[in-house]
Design a protein around this ligand. Structure first.
Ligand SMILES: Cc1cc2nc3c(=O)[nH]c(=O)nc-3n(C[C@H](O)[C@H](O)[C@H](O)COP(=O)(O)OP(=O)(O)OC[C@H]3O[C@@H](n4cnc5c(N)ncnc54)[C@H](O)[C@@H]3O)c2cc1C
Length: 404
């Protein structure tokens, strides 16, 4: 087993930017571990433009953005060990599966920057035929941009988050026709204007209030899907199904390895410094929430690097209180408060599960200390400002949403 100073798991925007910043702060005993055979993270297979504007002042495609990150890492002498999958965390020891067998490291500090993934069909409990032609946007993009394979000719897209429209662009690139977009909520899960652009410019029906009931087909081939809308069933012919969105952090290893797992966030609890209850572990990027733009993960990586520096160099000791949230809240940050660190004015950032109007309340020991009226969209984060409040270590903080 090797002792190292810093291990970063995940060579995406968050992991690489953290490593670049740590390098600047003087750390060289640092390794990034990445399970894929190339660095760059999710943008590697997002073939469209839309990356790099804020961090590099250039508009880049996903693959070019990933190459830029990878090049910066190598120019700065950062050691990235590819094809190394973190499989276990126990007593501070990280176990990796690599082409040369199992390797173990004991770092002083570890950053988990594992990213997020879309919820696949298996986790959505949709009945019907099993087929390799039922995939997620991520898989479609890997086929389209990395392997240049057209997996099917005509697909139905399930879900209407922003990433669903990224799936449309990838399908167009691959020459795949889209039969319809199906959304079970009453409105699409992104800006309404996108619905009209898709409907009238691309001529693709966007069917809301519709539930996917079954995927039909035989011999591992998809022939149609059955949807349920307005009390009736309808079949839509297609030979592929693309499940989009419902991002969840790549957190199975966190759930297995730590007691302090937050079920709203589907990730570890973190302080305002991105530090977990197991003090030598930090989390950043999409591993903390569903999906966020790459530049935000990049800047978060830089921020967490400074906190890691404080922890290692200045032996920062935290004093932690936990924040809980009700079931309407799908994500919130921070979920722990470190009383020994400064608390920002906009203390809490959160997202709701559904589009809704109402009030968000912050309760301190059952008493309302902050309240904000919101018209929430589930894909946009909301900042809740806090008043200056003296907090003690046995205080209990809770976030609640009350619908109008
Ligand atoms: C379809 C799609 C389109 C997008 N379009 C845009 C866009 O136009 N503009 C934009 O700004 N953002 C876009 N994004 C979002 C952006 O790609 C992500 O926000 C960003 O990549 C997240 O960075 P990250 O470092 O947190 O995670 P990731 O980039 O996902 O990197 C995480 C890395 O960790 C590795 N990893 C995971 N588990 C392990 C393990 N156990 N062991 C070792 N390594 C592991 C993964 O292989 C991966 O390389 C898009 C995302 C998707 C899915």
């Amino acid at each position: 087993m090797d002792n190292i100073q810093i291990a970063i798991i995940g060579a995406g925007p968050a992991g690489i930017s953290a490593a670049l910043e740590l390098k600047k702060l003087g750390y060289s005993d640092l390794i990034i571990f990445e399970r894929e055979d190339e660095a760059g993270g999710t943008p590697r297979h997002c073939g469209h433009l839309g990356f790099g504007m804020f961090e590099f002042k250039r508009v880049l495609s996903g693959p070019n953005y990933a190459k830029k990150l990878s090049k910066l890492a190598s120019q700065n002498g950062i050691n990235i060990q590819l094809k190394s999958t973190l499989t276990k965390i126990e007593d501070g020891v990280l176990t990796f599966s690599t082409p040369n067998g199992i390797k173990q490291y004991k770092p002083t500090c570890t950053l988990l920057a594992l990213g997020a993934r879309e919820t696949p069909r298996s986790d959505r409990l949709v009945s019907g035929t099993r087929s390799p032609d039922i995939i997620t946007t991520g898989a479609l993009q890997r086929f389209t941009y990395l392997q240049e394979i057209k997996p099917f000719d005509k697909a139905v897209v399930i879900g209407s988050e922003i990433v669903s429209f990224s799936a449309l662009m990838s399908a167009k690139h691959a020459g795949i026709k889209i039969a319809a977009i199906i959304e079970e909520k009453s409105e699409i899960d992104s800006f309404c204007v996108i619905k009209y652009l898709v409907k009238y410019l691309l001529n693709i029906p966007v069917i809301t209030n519709a539930k996917l009931k079954n995927i039909n087909g035989e011999d591992k081939k998809v022939s149609s899907v059955t949807i349920f809308k307005d009390g009736k069933e309808e079949d839509i012919a297609c030979d592929g199904v693309i499940f989009t969105g419902k991002f969840i952090p790549e957190s199975s290893i966190m759930q297995k390895s730590f007691k302090d797992f937050n079920l709203n966030n589907y990730s570890l609890n973190v302080t305002q410094n991105f530090q977990t209850n197991s003090e030598s572990f930090f989390v950043a990027g999409n591993a903390l929430r569903g999906a966020l733009a790459a530049f935000r993960c990049y800047f978060e990586g830089k921020k967490v690097a400074k906190n890691i520096h404080d922890y290692i160099r200045f032996k920062h000791q935290s004093q932690i209180i936990e924040i809980s949230a009700d079931e309407n809240i799908s994500w919130y940050y921070p979920s722990l408060l470190d009383l020994k660190s400064p608390i920002k004015k906009h203390l809490t950032t959160l997202r709701l599960k559904n589009r809704a109007k109402g009030v968000i309340k912050i309760l301190l020991n059952g008493r309302v200390v902050s309240i904000k009226r919101v018209h929430a969209l589930p894909f946009l984060s909301i900042n809740i400002p806090w008043k200056d409040i003296e907090l003690k270590v046995d205080d209990k903080i809770r976030l609640e949403f009350v619908k109008d």
